[in-house]
Design a protein around this ligand. Structure first.
Ligand code: PLP
Length: 398
């Protein structure tokens, strides 16, 4: 069996059509496969590698930490310096009320922890989420996923979950004194990049405050500069009660977090004690990597360049096959007529060494979410390739 066959035989598959490319090296925005073919990465491991693949400062921090110690004990027992320093960095870069960090291993676990926290704090059970939202794939996170196609086969799921229409003022009436929390993506990514109005976000915040409901904002895909500000919610002038982080949080290593005010977070230490437990959450190597990446992001003014890079994409991405472009910073959706056309374009790009993708709830949209360190030259090269592929696909259409 060759390596691809071994991969398909021994590594459990849930994708019916995995890319199955054997990557041997990654640096900056470029991946190289076992045959020496290079790929310009326009998806950054799905919004993970915001400072590029293997940034030297991230690699250095990982190596240093590995030389000191790796896993010591379950979460929250030992003083682990990278964890403490990263929690402090996050608190210093968040509004004052988001001052206590619970580190997890993934985004889905952050979602789970936040839902438990909201139920404990409010003594209520109802959880409200939105149609076409994605918060992870574990059973609790799946229960609030905004699409019945994915939920249905796994029922029974969490009870007392209500799904509302995103960015709809009418739907806010459903939030009542029975609601423990409302959980929303700050910008709906997997729907094909949908940004709500600032008025709606403000009304959502107000309604939660009025009913004593906790507002949880999922910044797992939109955090760490992806949208041009450090956190997506800064664009709306509101502060959530709990914020969820993941993906770029670990600088390329697995890390998630739910962050709230210590005043509410402390309910997880009593009745029962150890209200949320994880063996590996906040692993010191992951925290060292994440902190190094976060510092690079801020010190090297990478976020300041996001809007001009996004503008260059938008300016150059003009073609009759493109029906719409929806973007928030470097989270960009190119909408085509159908999934079939999008797939042809994505495959054509891949053949020419350009890695793109579609969105879970918007298969007709191409995902463009490169490392934020992508250069102007790389953007021009990427768009040139996309436009060439669009021309070739257009020639094949009836
Ligand atoms: N929330 C959002 C908005 C996401 O995009 C994702 C992952 O794609 C998650 C949560 C779940 O994160 P993870 O895959 O690390 O469990």
């Amino acid at each position: 069996m060759n390596k691809r066959e071994l991969f398909l035989r021994h590594v459990a598959q849930t994708s019916p059509a995995p890319l199955a490319i054997d990557i041997v090296k990654a640096k900056g925005s470029v991946l190289r496969d076992a045959n020496g073919k290079k790929y310009l990465d326009l998806i950054a491991g799905i919004s993970v590698c915001n400072v590029g693949h293997r940034h030297p400062k991230v690699v250095k921090a990982i190596k240093k930490q590995v030389d000191d110690y790796m896993h010591l004990l379950v979460y929250g027992e030992m003083v682990e310096t990278p964890q403490v320093q990263y929690a402090k960095w996050l608190n210093d870069h968040l509004p004052a009320s988001l001052n206590s960090v619970y580190f997890t291993n993934s985004g889905a676990e952050a979602t789970e922890g936040a839902m438990k926290l909201a139920k404990r704090v409010t003594n209520r059970t109802q959880i409200i989420a939105f149609n076409k939202s994605y918060h992870g794939s574990t059973q609790g996170a799946l229960s609030i996923m905004g699409d019945e196609y994915w939920r249905n086969a796994f029922r029974p799921l969490l009870p007392d979950v209500l799904h509302l229409e995103y960015d709809s003022f009418n739907s806010l009436q459903e939030i009542t004194a029975q609601t423990a929390c409302v959980i929303a993506e700050t910008i709906q990514a997997e729907r094909g990049v949908v940004t709500p109005s600032a008025q709606w976000m403000k009304a959502l915040r107000d309604k939660c405050t009025e009913t004593g409901t906790l507002l949880i904002l999922d910044e797992i895909q939109t955090g760490f500069g992806r949208t041009g500000s450090l956190w997506g919610f800064e664009q709306f002038n509101i502060v959530p009660d709990i914020v969820l982080m993941g993906k770029a949080l670990g600088g390329g290593m697995p890390l998630g977090a739910f962050i709230a005010d210590q005043k509410i977070m402390q309910v997880l230490t009593e009745n029962p004690v150890l209200g949320h437990i994880t063996t590996f959450g906040g692993h010191p190597v992951c925290c060292a990597a994440g902190l190094a990446a976060a510092k690079v992001l801020v010190k090297e003014n990478i976020i300041d360049q996001v809007q001009s890079k996004a503008a260059l994409f938008r300016e150059m991405l003009q073609h009759p096959l493109i029906k719409a472009v929806r973007a928030n910073g470097l989270l960009i959706a190119l909408e085509f007529e159908s999934f079939e056309i999008n797939k042809k374009i994505i495959d054509g790009c891949l053949e020419r060494g350009l890695l793109t993708d579609w969105f879970l709830f918007a298969p007709e949209c191409m995902r463009i979410a490169p490392p934020l360190t992508v250069t102007e030259k790389e953007i021009k090269k990427a768009v040139k390739t996309i436009l060439e592929v669009l021309d070739s696909v257009q020639g094949l259409l009836p």
